[in-house]
Design a protein around this ligand. Structure first.
Ligand code: ZN
Length: 306
């Protein structure tokens, strides 16, 4: 275990969630950069976001929307940049990676990592009161053919991959791609737990976490996130068991705290780490922990920890 390593905190600011009554859920590039800076000031070292229509919040793949966020983050922080892949039907790999490859030859703007989900899922929402699903046909498709294609692109262009696993079978699948030489040995394993309304992922309890940890290769790093559910309890176990944590309004509304912004959410995890006697990683430390080369930095502001 790596319990002595500082804690990497990733901020996941918007995903496909809509704003509701919390103005801190960002759509436009300016709003996304604002939340990135807040998260960074509170101790986040990785920032993940989805391109959204600035007015409606609908999913958008425009390279320009991603570029504006990347430039804004690079100008103001030294965060590790981790955009999503394009929201595209599965056979158009070039459209899923266009925004990543667009900046890949620029030593400053180049993204630090890109996510790959290692399997397909039924993603209809469960309605616990009504005891029914809100739909019965929503599938997030990630065929192994598409996994192979996107991993070949990332290998060719030397893009660091974060391995997103919703269950242990997806981890085992990812390890097969490691054996094929398409997924590098160094990857950040992101364990996806899910709340009650999204029974497609792992249950956020200690048994679910142990099942994931059992599959992690020696010396690899892992983190926990909770989609459509509260990550705090599983975060406490990750902090004490040597893992890392991702949190954000994209995953869950956290309305029990009012209308928190990302600085406040990240600060809660950072404080939990301090309480449990674990340091919080700076972005530079996170790069080292993930075995990435140091990067040219535009910002030299000190990270302000709570
Ligand atoms: Zn995402």
């Amino acid at each position: 275990m790596n319990g002595e390593l500082p804690l990497i905190i990733e901020c996941r600011c918007n995903e496909i969630a809509y704003r509701g009554d919390n103005p801190a859920l960002p759509y436009s590039p300016k709003e996304i950069v604002r939340e990135a800076v807040r998260a960074w000031e509170a101790g986040a070292s990785i920032f993940h976001w989805h391109g959204r229509d600035p007015a409606t919040g609908d999913p958008r793949n425009d390279v320009e929307l991603y570029l504006e966020v990347i430039q804004g983050i690079r100008e103001q922080t030294d965060l590790l940049i981790h955009p999503t892949l394009g929201y595209i039907t599965q056979n158009q790999i070039e459209d899923r990676v266009r925004h990543i490859l667009a900046v890949n030859d620029d030593p400053v703007l180049r993204v630090d990592m890109a996510p790959v989900d290692f399997g397909s899922l039924n993603v209809d929402f469960w309605e616990p009161q009504a005891k029914q699903f809100s739909s019965y046909d929503q599938v997030y498709v990630n065929t192994r053919e598409n996994l192979r294609a996107v991993l070949e692109v990332f290998k060719k262009h030397n893009v660091y991959v974060s391995s997103i696993c919703w269950d242990v079978g997806q981890m085992r699948t990812a390890r097969c791609f490691q054996e094929m030489g398409l997924l590098p040995q160094d990857t950040l394993w992101e364990f996806v737990f899910t709340g009650e309304v999204m029974p497609a992922g792992a249950t956020p309890n200690i048994y679910g976490l142990q099942a994931f940890i059992a599959e992690v290769p020696r010396d690899n790093q892992w983190l926990v996130l909770c989609w459509n559910g509260d990550v705090m309890r599983v975060a406490s176990w990750a902090i004490t068991m040597g893992g890392h944590v991702a949190i954000g309004l994209g995953d869950y509304h956290y309305s029990r705290f009012g209308k928190p912004h990302h600085g406040e959410l990240v600060e809660m995890v950072a404080k939990m780490a301090h309480t449990l006697d674990r340091e919080v990683a700076t972005p530079a430390q996170a790069r080292e922990i993930l075995k990435m080369a140091p990067r040219p930095q535009l910002a030299n502001k000190a990270v302000k920890l709570a």
